[in-house]
Design a binder for this molecule. Structure first.
Ligand SMILES: Cc1ncc(COP(=O)(O)O)c(C=O)c1O
Length: 465
């Protein structure tokens, strides 16, 4: 992603804050000097952003009286309108994909892009291009390059305890592709599907929009509450779970719950889809084996992605299906999704794995994240003061700062976004009220603990601790 100059980032942030009603017409802005100090940027940077915003009519400079949001602005987002930058619960088309226009600190699910071996990657890409014959210009095989499918099968056995053949591995372009493939192959319209509550909003949304019935099942300190799922919808055809690091609470599914879930699936003749999006990142012990590795009845489908272990711009992921279902998935994959991932990208990932860079990179990132996780938690706690702390979970890529029940985490996230910090409100991850307020704070892409300190201070100011 192209990194915009700082003054442009600031311009965009302020403009978004005005357009979404976070900053109201007539509202006074901090002085250039104060803002530059708070953000740790040069005064010239703020001046440049101010000049553009004033020139475009968003801001009005009033000399000694300071700078205000133009009081004459008539924006579609009145004070009563819902802001657009975060999805409004219950809105007609909630934007569960929500991402700021530029890469900002604390964004969830973004790996340490600063530590990716870009030079090596570029060299390997150039090598591939030079060696490319005419056959490489053809359509890629419908379910993925055989060598990549084999490399993934070998990796999963070693790293996640999962035994499978290359033919069971389907290369996809990401989680939505994997989920849509499973739904298309195994479900009928209207089928009930257990989803975790709180849980990854795009999963719920995709299922609902595709005509299925997501059934929210509570998550507690042991992960998905299987008994509750059985009470709510014993007949569900599928359960979608994040057993390694539950998204977003980062608890891991306990062994008794894993066993209960597999027993339910086997008895009900239903399926379990394991979303193992960041299972490699565990800091207090070795990564836990995948749920699929315990599956004697062949009811679990396993979904992995390269988004977190390499980088999300790749758009390469995979789905492993039980041997008994391969034919059915080949049919659905060929029919709906054939050859969705560019051959060149697949070949490069395969070469990266074959030459040992992949496992080395994961090991390096695990070490780096273990350090960033503690540094971010400590710096955040210092900024927050008053004994407030986001206890780092044993695994995952973000911290969860729980908030007192009366605090509005969506409002807080909006305010922080206007200051250039992209945390997510936990309440947004609940299927319905009552939702617990909290802030989800990505630490993997946070290379400077001073940013976490600033975040803590900003939260403290906004909440009045
Ligand atoms: C819960 C969950 N599942 C899956 C994914 C992976 O998505 P993709 O492979 O489309 O990048 C993510 C990414 O943030 C996630 O948070």
């Amino acid at each position: 992603m192209i990194k915009l100059p700082l003054h442009h980032q600031l311009y965009q942030r302020i403009r978004t804050a005005i357009e979404t009603g976070t900053l109201q017409p007539g509202e006074r802005l901090p002085s250039v000097r104060a803002l530059a100090k708070e953000m740790g940027v040069a005064r010239g940077t703020v001046d440049q952003a101010w000049a553009q915003l004033t020139g475009e009519g968003y801001l009005l400079a009033r000399g000694a009286a300071g700078t205000v949001v133009n009081p004459n602005l008539r924006l579609p987002n009145t004070p009563h309108a819902k802001p657009e930058t975060l999805p409004a619960q219950g809105a007609h088309f909630p934007d569960t994909l929500w991402r700021p226009a530029t890469l900002l600190p604390f964004q969830m699910g973004v790996p340490a892009l600063d530590a990716f071996p870009r030079k090596l990657w570029a060299r390997m890409g150039a090598r591939y291009l030079r060696a490319m014959g005419t056959e490489a210009l053809d359509y890629p095989p419908p379910h993925g390059l055989p060598d990549l499918r084999a490399a993934i099968a070998a990796y999963l056995q070693m790293a996640r305890g999962l035994r499978c053949e290359a033919g069971q591995v389907f290369i996809t372009s990401g989680w939505r592709h994997s989920l849509a493939l499973v739904a298309q192959a195994l479900l009928s319209q209207g089928d009930a599907v257990w989803v975790e509550n709180p849980g990854y909003p795009p999963t719920r949304q995709l299922l609902r929009e595709a005509g299925f019935t997501p059934v929210p099942v509570a998550v507690d300190e042991q992960g998905l509450n299987v008994d509750q799922g059985i009470i709510e919808a014993a007949h569900a055809r599928l359960a979608v779970v994040t057993p390694a690091n539950q998204s977003p609470l980062s608890v891991s599914l306990s062994l008794p719950r894993r066993q209960a879930l597999l027993a339910w699936a086997s008895q009900a003749n239903s399926w379990v889809l394991e979303d193992d999006y960041d299972g490699e990142f565990r800091y207090s012990s070795r990564p836990l084996p995948a749920l699929a590795s315990l599956d004697a009845s062949c009811r679990v489908l396993y979904s992995g992605t390269f988004s977190k272990v390499l980088f999300p711009g790749l758009r390469v992921a995979y789905l492993v299906v039980p041997a008994s279902e391969v034919e059915r998935f080949e049919h659905t994959s060929r029919c709906f999704f054939a050859g969705a991932v560019p051959a060149m990208v697949q070949a490069q990932v395969q070469a990266f794995m074959a030459e040992g860079h992949f496992t080395r990179h994961i090991a390096r990132m695990r070490k780096l994240y273990a350090q960033r996780r503690l540094e971010a938690a400590d710096a955040l706690a210092q900024g927050l003061g008053a004994g407030m702390r986001a206890e780092p979970a044993p695994g995952g890529m973000h911290l969860l700062l729980k908030l007192a029940a009366h605090l509005d985490d969506r409002w807080l996230a909006q305010q922080l976004l206007a200051q250039g910090m992209a945390v997510q409100p936990l309440s947004q991850w609940y299927a319905a009220d009552p939702a617990v307020p909290g802030l989800l704070i990505g630490f993997t892409h946070c290379s400077d603990p001073a940013d976490a300190f600033r975040l803590g201070q900003a939260i403290r100011r906004l909440t009045g601790f």
